[in-house]
Design a protein around this ligand. Structure first.
Ligand code: AMP
Ligand code: ZN
Length: 471
């Protein structure tokens, strides 16, 4: 069966047909890095990582690009507050974000481009847009995209240009009176004192936000891509503007399918940093295993709003543990099981077990319905709990275990625990580090800190001594 995906552009589920057979070119808008990511930001990371994993399971070779926006007003504001360079802030939070992604078992993208490393490409695309009459330079050197010159504007968000014009007038802010039309948006803007800037033919300055994704997507995936994704707040204006820039510059349709996740809410309001109603991924990981958070995110379809609550997190914890316990039981049975061929009954049971995989695939083929896919895993778990017994053959038990692990892995759920470092080993290493520091052997002390960090153990030197936690 083929995969059906809901395309925001057509407002319909469509059969997924990639541009190049067997390959998927996918771009997911990434976070602006000025703080730890919150669990709302983690939703697109987890759901689109699961889309990627399912595509890979189906045999596609997925080229997955996700950017970090590392120059932005919020980053600059934070840098001013801390009295450091903006790059200090962005570098720090990119690293922290990558740690959170690793905890949540989100695969690293094929490429994670950074806006600040792609300025040349942006200058080139902007110049191309000016040359074609799609953009113009205002008196102070700001470059604007001439929105009305792009005929398809509004096709993704299904907005009418004239309605927008009325709405946008009230949004006029100072400095925008130099626009030819209130609908026009910024491609390049002049520097302000103390801000990072780059030279350009129009003025020393920095790029607008939208241009980075058009440029990075073209550079790493080509002019036409299969899937462009992000949270639903990006449909307008960000993705609408990306379409205008890319299609005007390249003269080709940009992305075949546009996928958008609904919001993660709290008290039925969008979780966001600006509203102050958020939990960082770190906050949640103090209380729950990262896998539980991942399970929680997948327990709803990605296009349905999801309300964060401790009840739902507890339900996710129970659900996840049910799968883990089933695999642990299988491991226990396996350690005592006898070699030899499967019996006829076992062969038949295994065929029955495969029907749950078919159910799982059916759910995922239907616009990545992870809620139903998890339900299929539960059915399999129930089946295994009934049919895997002390007398079962090793081959049978192993096949059941492989089946559960395969389906869980598509969801990015690590039901087989990695070889975790024991608390006592951590304490011993910390003691060794303290001793090394006492002896001024800082190289060894740092080595131990790094070794622990690589295993997701973070140390904190406090007045009461060294504290540690798993991240
Ligand atoms: P930002 O750093 O705000 O640009 O967000 C990075 C990604 O997280 C984008 O795809 C946003 O749409 C998404 N996002 C932000 N807040 C939420 C939320 N509460 N629920 C779901 N997705 C979100
Ligand atoms: Zn983007």
């Amino acid at each position: 069966m083929s995969i059906k995906v809901y395309n925001t552009m057509s407002k319909q589920k469509e059969e997924f047909v990639p541009i190049e057979p067997g390959k998927v070119r996918m771009y997911v808008c990434g976070p602006t890095v000025y703080n730890f990511i919150h669990i709302g930001n983690a939703r697109p990371m987890i759901v689109f990582d699961t889309v990627r994993r399912y595509m890979e399971h189906k045999g596609y070779d997925v080229n997955y690009v996700s950017n970090f926006t590392d120059v932005d007003d919020k980053i600059i504001k934070k840098a001013v507050e801390e009295g450091v360079d903006a790059s200090v802030i962005s570098t720090r939070y990119i690293e922290e974000c990558k740690k959170d992604m690793a905890s949540l078992n989100v695969k690293p993208a094929t490429t994670h481009p950074l806006a600040t490393q792609e300025i040349d490409g942006m200058l080139e695309m902007i110049q191309g847009l000016i040359d074609k009459g799609y953009a113009y330079v205002a008196k102070d050197g700001t470059v604007y995209f001439r929105t009305r010159s792009f005929r398809g504007y509004g096709k993704l968000s299904h907005k009418n240009l004239d309605d927008l014009r009325g709405g946008n007038r009230s949004l006029l802010v100072s400095g925008e009176d130099q626009k030819e039309d209130p609908l026009d948006f910024v491609l390049w803007k002049p520097k302000k004192d103390g801000e990072p800037y780059w030279e350009s033919p129009w003025c020393d300055g920095r790029p607008g936000w939208h241009i980075e994704c058009s440029v990075m997507s073209r550079k790493y995936l080509g002019e036409q891509i299969d899937i462009h994704a992000g949270g639903e707040d990006l449909v307008f204006p960000h993705h609408e503007n990306e379409i205008a820039q890319s299609e005007a510059a390249n003269g080709k349709d940009f992305s075949r399918y546009w996928l958008h996740n609904a919001f993660l809410n709290i008290d039925n309001r969008k979780m966001s940093k600006s509203a102050g109603n958020f939990f960082t991924v770190r906050d949640i990981l103090e209380k729950y295993d990262a896998q539980v958070l991942r399970f929680f995110m997948l327990s709803a379809h990605y296009r349905s709003p999801l309300n964060f609550s401790s009840e739902l997190m507890e339900a996710a914890k129970n659900g996840y543990e049910r799968i883990v316990t089933c695999v642990d039981n299988l491991k226990f049975l396996l350690s005592n099981a006898s070699d030899g061929e499967m019996t006829d009954t076992e062969q038949k049971l295994l065929e029955e077990a495969k029907t749950f995989e078919a159910k799982f695939d059916e759910a995922m083929d239907d616009d990545f319905n992870t809620a139903d896919a998890l339900a299929a895993i539960f059915e399999l778990v129930k089946f295994v709990n009934t049919n895997a017994v002390a007398e079962s053959s090793k081959k049978f038990l192993q096949a059941l275990k492989d089946e559960i692990i395969c389906l869980s892995d598509i969801c990015g759920l690590l039901v087989e625990k990695q070889d975790e470092i024991l608390d006592s080993d951590i304490e011993a290493l910390i003691a060794e580090r303290q001793e090394a520091r006492k002896n001024k052997n800082f190289a060894r002390a740092d080595e131990i800190r790094d070794e622990l960090a690589a295993r997701n153990i973070v140390l904190e030197d406090t007045r009461e001594g060294v504290k540690w936690k798993r991240v």
